[in-house]
Design a protein around this ligand. Structure first.
Ligand SMILES: *Cc1c(COP(=O)(O)O)cnc(C)c1O
Length: 300
């Protein structure tokens, strides 16, 4: 009888009606609002280096979450753990996830991690759940599963959930599937990609240190930047702008064109610049990205 879900402001989970109902990315969401399933949103305590308000932001989110859970009727909580991707690489602390996980247990509500973007090493560990020492009941995976080469996704579930559908009677079975479910070529590519990942853990575990080093060398205290943040293989920063920040900020196409002209494919999300390279990048190549960001920012 529990049919409502809780999700987070800025969350992005995909573009079907169900996924959109759990997501709130302003860009696509508003025009479809009347079609959405019922649900509630909680503020996301996005943080960055030197953020003095992080604890009060987290407390506010947790207070609202607990208030909703006390009303009852909720089936689950959706979150992009540690990093909200599409919303502009908004990062939260592992402590916040641990607090959410605790509330989910306390109120017997499913915790659903959308690790489509954060999975397979992006946060510096194989999964954000590993990095934050939390375990979701349902885990959504895609992108990095095939190294981004072929479309494939996996939804993992705890034994309890799995067993609920594992019956001899077909009326209890989980029949939902897709035309390309289990596509053999995509599976073979994923197995090959997972082998590479297993053989080269340092490619993702060691990248945060390099991001830090180059951020310090090229961009530290740059007058055009604020809210610098890193999580594993992802580094992000906001370009200070006169106009409204966000996805449609007019600085994005200007910056993108300048980077492209210099031979770099960087795609700012509004006024948020981010560096999220493939794991095969060399330290020198990574540094060259920071050098070009510095050059472009100096022309602004
Ligand atoms: C890209 C992305 C999606 C979308 O996945 P589709 O397979 O395109 O539906 C969902 N969630 C997150 C966190 C993403 O980054």
């Amino acid at each position: 009888n529990r049919t409502r879900f809780i999700s987070f402001e800025g969350g992005y989970h995909g573009d079907t009606v169900g996924a959109m109902s759990a997501g709130r990315s302003s860009l696509w969401w508003e025009s479809f609002a009347p079609l959405m399933f019922a649900g509630d949103v909680v503020p996301f305590p996005a943080t960055f280096d030197g953020d003095e308000d992080v604890e009060s932001k987290e407390a506010l989110s947790l207070e609202k979450l607990e208030f909703l859970l006390q009303q009852g009727g909720y089936a689950g909580i959706f979150i992009e753990p540690l990093v909200q991707g599409a919303a502009g690489m908004r990062m939260c602390r592992p402590e916040f996830l641990r607090a959410i996980a605790q509330l989910a247990r306390q109120f017997n509500v499913l915790l659903i991690y959308d690790e489509v973007m954060t999975g397979f090493g992006r946060t510096g560990e194989l999964f954000a759940s590993v990095k934050s020492a939390t375990s979701p009941d349902i885990l959504c995976l895609s992108k990095g599963l095939s190294g981004g080469c072929l479309p494939i996704a996996v939804t993992m579930a705890s034994e309890d959930i799995y067993q609920a559908f594992w019956r001899d009677e077909s009326d209890k079975a989980f029949f939902h599937g897709h035309s390309y479910t289990g596509n053999p070529l995509a599976c073979a590519v994923s197995v090959a990609s997972l082998e590479l990942l297993e053989q080269n853990p340092n490619a993702y575990q060691g990248m945060e240190k390099l991001h830090r080093q180059y951020l310090d060398k090229w961009l530290k205290n740059h007058p055009k930047l604020e809210r610098i943040r890193t999580c594993g293989t992802i580094a992000a920063m906001d370009v200070k702008t006169e106009s409204l920040p966000g996805y449609f900020n007019e600085i994005a196409p200007v910056l993108k064109a300048q980077f492209l002209e210099a031979g770099f494919l960087l795609r700012p999300l509004g006024n948020t610049l981010y560096v999220m390279p493939p794991y095969c990048i060399s330290p020198d190549e990574l540094e060259s990205i920071y050098r070009i960001i510095r050059q472009v920012l100096d022309t602004l």
